[in-house]
Design a protein around this ligand. Structure first.
Ligand code: CP
Length: 306
């Protein structure tokens, strides 16, 4: 594996190998992440053309824990504002001896374009492109599910919310399918759930009650207002009434169901504060696992480079 651009098509052995490697970076209490010399002398460039809190920061921490040098390009103050193209930006950063680009972009496919223009020894990691894919989020979600539920082959997983605009949903569905989850549900209003999911073996539910009944894992998604235009935009209040996860509705799921969310959360829109902060929420452990999983991704693609 040279780049990580998508989970789609990633063999099960590679996927589980990354999860296993991530496990080796976590201490027994699953809180502390070890520092190792696997990427010593390598330069990792974080290129976030779209906002991020969790992904950018955990990639930086992960690269530092692998002993790499990390450069965060401040896109807003970079020469892209003067009209420099993405390809020229990459060529110039490559001239500074970049070994890896971690790329987030609002355009689906931007990391693929970069991967086509870098030298063969340079690695590209997709940190979220448009509505297409967010592979490291998908992997950290799988790590979280495996941590709490162990066996993927007995699970009912509900993904709830704005699925049509969600790169996380797409990456999660590919990963869950590869790992053998027998029942994946996509839950949301008709306007926010794409029709082609049924062809991927996903059960589509248009009420929250049906969607989360007896679920083992609930993955909540926010409304991606920045990717919507007028007609699609539901009001926050109406949306919460129908699809907001409250403690009462959560009782429809299995008693030991876990509640996940990739963040950022919008309290009172897709999820009630009492659920975010409740005993079944694993939203913050997801973030911590993200460090080890991103270390594992970078170590897998570049750890054996000379
Ligand atoms: N989950 C996620 O991608 O969060 P950020 O947008 O803050 O990176």
């Amino acid at each position: 594996l040279i780049h990580l651009l998508s989970i789609e098509g990633l063999p099960k052995a590679v996927l589980t190998g990354i999860l296993d490697t991530a496990g080796t970076f976590l201490s027994v209490n699953d809180r502390d992440v070890k520092k190792v010399p696997l990427l010593r002398g390598k330069s990792v460039f974080n290129l976030f053309f779209e906002n991020s809190t969790r992904t950018r920061t955990t990639f930086e921490i992960a690269a530092k824990r692998l002993s790499a040098d990390v450069i965060n390009l401040d896109i807003a103050r970079s020469s892209t504002a003067k009209g420099e193209s993405l390809v020229d930006t990459i060529a110039n950063l490559s001239a500074m001896h970049a070994d890896m680009f971690v790329v987030r972009h609002s355009e689906s496919g931007a990391p693929y374009l970069i991967a086509q223009h870098v030298a063969p020894h340079v690695h590209v990691v997709n940190a979220g492109d448009g509505r297409h894919a967010h592979p490291t989020q998908g992997l950290l979600d799988m790590y979280t599910i495996r941590h709490y539920k162990r066996d993927f082959t007995q699970l009912r997983v509900a993904i709830v919310g704005d699925i049509v605009h969600s790169r996380v949903a797409r990456s999660d569905i590919h990963a869950l399918t590869t790992l053998g989850v027998p029942e994946i549900r996509a839950v949301g209003p008709k306007t926010l759930v794409p029709g082609d999911l049924k062809e991927m073996g996903v059960r589509v539910c248009h009420t929250l009650e049906e969607g989360i009944k007896d679920a083992d894992v609930i993955i909540m998604l926010r409304l991606q207002n920045e990717r919507m235009s007028g007609a699609l935009l539901p009001s926050a209040g109406e949306y919460f009434k129908s699809f907001g996860l409250t403690p009462e509705k959560l009782r429809l799921a299995k008693p030991d169901a876990i509640v996940m969310h990739p963040g950022p959360i919008n309290r009172g829109v897709e999820i009630d504060s009492a659920v975010v902060d409740g005993a079944q929420s694993v939203i913050l452990p997801q973030v911590t696992f993200g460090i080890a999983v991103r270390m594992a991704v970078m170590a897998t693609i570049a750890g054996n480079d000379a």
